[in-house]
Design a protein around this ligand. Sequence first.
Ligand code: NAP
Length: 492
Amino acid sequence: MVSRVIPVDPFDLVIFGATGDLANRKIFPGLYRRFQAGQMPMEARLIGAARSDMSCEEFRAHIRKSIDEFVHENKRDPKMIDDFIARLDYVPVDARGTDGWDDLKTKIDNTHITAFYFSVAPALFGDIAERLVSYGISDSESRIVVEKPFGRDLASAEKLNATLAEFFDEGQIYRIDHYLGKETVQNLMALRFANILFEPLWNSQYIDHVQITVAETVGVGGRGSYYDKSGAMRDMIQNHLMQLLCMIAMEPPYHFDPDAVRDEKVKVIRALQPVPAHDIVRGQYLGYHREGYDEPMPGYLEDCEDPNSKTESYIAMKVNIANWRWTNTPFYLRTGKRLRARTSEIAVFFKEPPHSIFDDSESDVNWKANQLVIRLQPNEGMNLKMMIKEPGPGGMRLVQVPLDMSFAEALGEGGADMPDAYERLIMDVIRGNQTLFMRGDEVEAAWAWTDPIINGWEERGDKPKPYDSGTTGPEDALMLMHRDGRRWRHVK
Ligand code: NAP
């Protein structure tokens, strides 16, 4: 099956921060892939903007390098790359000054859809928004795309929302959480709302608990001092894991429409219970000496260059949702750096059948319950663990087997060609579809739930527990589950 490419209308996309890391690794390589897929109309224009004083030719050479580095070699077609590069333009612009803005205005064709990607520090969002309007570059149909972090607490998120609202309507603001652009996350909605199979069971009567895991093998590396100002709670739980939780927990929206979907997500976030300190485990990774390497790998405290840091590189927590559907079905979230495997997945643990007609002594009683595992990475797909009879004579022995679906395999060529999250989201901006972007009230609701947790740590001076690199995190995280008679899924 080959993926269908739906063309979009002519557009001008300005990328502020075009010389930065995100633009180089994700945005321009993603735009190249959409160009190669034939989705970009001939008239589309891609304009980079940043302070660096470079010519258009220099900028093109810079992006050519990004494509060489970050686009898979199977997708690097020299002719296509030349054609794509020829589309690029560049304007030196200072977000905080007057330089470049008149120039930028001359580049924009207001008969096109206009979109402005703010791939810069959030402190510059207001400056750019203000200048886009005051220089008459944007109009009431323009879209702006803003990156995370969207605030570091409720007060700063409210302030940022208020600043953007001075210049743009909510319907023009696209707050990116790239997790929402992942194929599997969208497939969660198809799984739940395009099939009759799961929805009747999708509640606390049939679901014992849900585990959401986002594990990384890398540490914070050179970003240590930056990361230290946020930590796993702000960097991952408040946004990415929260979005995944919403997709699992939300009620069916009346329509697959941006506000209908986002209304349901906000209701979930507002129903999240405060989390007591004993339901949270925080950790910091320790250094280690990797076999074959002369230098030891630094621990978190060395990476962040603050021996007294109380910021967590790992968090595991139990979250309860106070509504009819989910009361008594906890959601366990965990995420961290320098863990054993790089994995993102959601595992839905169903309850055991109410009565077993089989002889428990003959079957593996621990694993009777069905599990639905939705993998975000690696190898996006789904896996439903079912009980069957073990083949062969000699009684009714039960075993659990996976019904496994890898999207790339199931969808053949079309699956392998799946656009990455950034590509999909940028094209949604051009199409004017906000379904996969966070609304202002959603972000604020998430901070309103997160703030008291973080404030509690700060008031008590809580220090994260050390954990060995390459493991599954602190021992206490295992206890969080064992205490409830459950255990974390083994992730590979
Ligand atoms: P970065 O590498 O530091 O790049 C920042 C960009 O902003 C550069 O192009 C810089 O270019 C430009 N810039 C800085 N000051 C400016 C000014 N006054 N006027 C105009 N341009 C200015 O940052 P990044 O990692 O790409 O991150 C960009 C945004 O994405 C941030 O909000 C970040 O939190 C978010 N984000 C990044 C990642 C990631 O993987 N990198 C992931 C998620 C979210 P000049 O110095 O030439 O002006």
